[in-house]
Design a protein around this ligand. Structure first.
Ligand code: HEM
Length: 210
């Protein structure tokens, strides 16, 4: 008779054999993508109500219809982004997946892999291993989302998060931090989508797990 797992066995982040991405990671990735789309599109509508710069986002690319509606989408999306992101970080840190999948990463390794990619010589045979450019891009976007959430907290409750507000150089400066972190996130998504289109097998793996 097979022994059943002890009730206190630590959760494993390792995918089953043959699996490229475990189920929990896939669910979290797609929830995160949904949250990011909601946050960016409603954020653009909020920006349009009081633009920081000399331009507005096209209305068709925004969510919420009017300022009040966009704020409601932004606050709803915020909880999805925050709770899903917190769980993603906790699972990745707690199981050691973060260091296994994203480290080591070095400037020399990134340069070598970038050079190989530009010459069409980067292997995509084993999708379980990220190349150094991917590692850097994914680590960057994780940190960028943390910056977005922290600067968002300052804009939402600037009196309560006064230390954070001062660390960001005040309310107006936190607005700029929030805007540029959004712009970098959108740039990441654009490059990410091109990369996925170049290796469509990776999309199947992020949907089906293998
Ligand atoms: C919208 C915001 C998005 C963000 C912030 C994002 C971020 C990420 C991150 C951090 C990873 C690595 C996950 C890990 O291993 O822990 C990843 C992987 C991946 N993402 Fe996204 N993603 C987004 C949207 C999308 C979309 C819309 C698609 C497809 C249409 C997509 C397709 C993929 C695929 C296929 C992988 C696996 C790449 C590989 O195995 O080579 N992502 N994404």
């Amino acid at each position: 008779m097979m022994a059943s797992p002890a009730p206190h066995d630590p959760p494993s982040a390792a995918p089953a054999p043959g699996t490229i991405h475990p189920g929990w990671l896939r669910v979290m990735h797609w929830l995160n993508a949904l949250a990011v789309i909601i946050m960016v599109m409603s954020g653009w509508r909020i920006y349009n109500a009081s633009p920081l710069f000399d331009f507005a986002f096209p209305k068709g690319a925004t969510l919420g219809g009017w300022l009040g509606g966009a704020l409601q989408w932004h606050f709803a999306g915020m909880w999805l982004l925050f709770l899903n992101g917190l769980l993603y970080l906790a699972l990745n840190l707690g199981t050691g997946r973060l260091s296994r999948k994203f480290f080591p990463v070095s400037p020399r390794g990134v340069a070598t892999d970038l050079n190989a990619a530009l010459h069409g010589k980067l292997s995509h045979n084993d999708l379980r291993h990220y190349n150094q450019v991917q590692k850097l891009a994914y680590l960057f976007v994780i940190v960028d989302i943390v910056v977005l959430v922290l600067s968002g907290l300052v804009l939402w409750k600037s009196v309560q998060f006064d230390l954070l507000r001062e660390l960001m150089g005040g309310y107006e400066s936190a607005r700029r931090v929030h805007f540029f972190a959004m712009a970098l996130l959108v740039a990441f998504v654009a490059v990410h989508l091109v990369m996925v289109a170049l290796v469509p097998r990776s999309l199947i793996a992020m949907i089906r797990g293998k």
